[in-house]
Design a protein around this ligand. Sequence first.
Ligand SMILES: NC(=O)c1ccc[n+]([C@@H]2O[C@H](COP(=O)([O-])OP(=O)(O)OC[C@H]3O[C@@H](n4cnc5c(N)ncnc54)[C@H](OP(=O)(O)O)[C@@H]3O)[C@@H](O)[C@H]2O)c1
Length: 252
Amino acid sequence: MEIRLDGKVALVTGGSRGIGKGIAEVFAAAGAQVMITSRNEQSCAEAAREIGEGVHFEAGHIGHDEDAERVIEATMDRLGRIDVLVNNAATNPYAGRTIEVDRPRWDKTFEINLTAPLFWTQRVWNRFMKGKGGAVINVSSVGGLATSPTLGVYDVTKAALIHLTTQLAAELAPQVRVNALAPGLVKTDFAKVLWEGGKGETVAKAYPLKRLGEPEDVARAALFLAADTGRWITGQTWALEGGALAAFRRTA
Ligand SMILES: NC(=O)c1ccc[n+]([C@@H]2O[C@H](COP(=O)([O-])OP(=O)(O)OC[C@H]3O[C@@H](n4cnc5c(N)ncnc54)[C@H](OP(=O)(O)O)[C@@H]3O)[C@@H](O)[C@H]2O)c1
């Protein structure tokens, strides 16, 4: 069975590179019209041009209410509907022990990784999905299911995003399905510090499936959840991590 999104419109935050761009690419190939957004208009334009047919862009900062409003309105004006919202953009301004984090970076991480997905979902629900249905996909992290010596603050926001996913799944059913993806290490700019200089090879060796993730690995799961294939799935978090958690449980 081929998974298709013909006639559907998807809005993907952080769609200009990495996992978000991978999702936009796979959704467009499945027949969707895709609106991508990120802070940098030129990167959005380049990504849209690169992917080609079916991809549109409107730049904006996900943490700014007026930008969220403008991007969502631009999507409705130009494409007429929003069947799928992918809350993908995130930040990680702090590395270190959670107990030592300063207030501004704690707040920033929550604002972008948790508050923004909630209010983007709220806007899209009110604007389109409440009446017409849809699917929301939150991009969390495998870090939201574990602990880390240095990424604890980021991981707490991603764990909260998993809970928000379950909460909204319960609240927004039956019109809207809400699911999350929890990737392990994917070779993108965001995670460069974790894979550059040969570090990625060490991580890959520890993964049962012996390689790091590619944006397409995440995008394929997103497509399954967004399309009719996911029609009886809501409130779930899918770990996409080459078996990392299985290996962790074994050694632990
Ligand atoms: N890569 C991994 O190993 C990994 C693992 C687990 C989970 N994740 C999650 O996967 C998602 C995507 O990460 P990625 O690795 O693909 O990152 P990436 O390659 O750095 O891409 C991030 C995207 O988000 C946009 N963005 C960042 N801050 C934004 C903001 N405030 N407002 C609007 N757009 C913003 C960026 O564009 P601009 O900079 O132009 O705004 C870019 O399009 C994130 O939720 C991340 O936490 C990644």
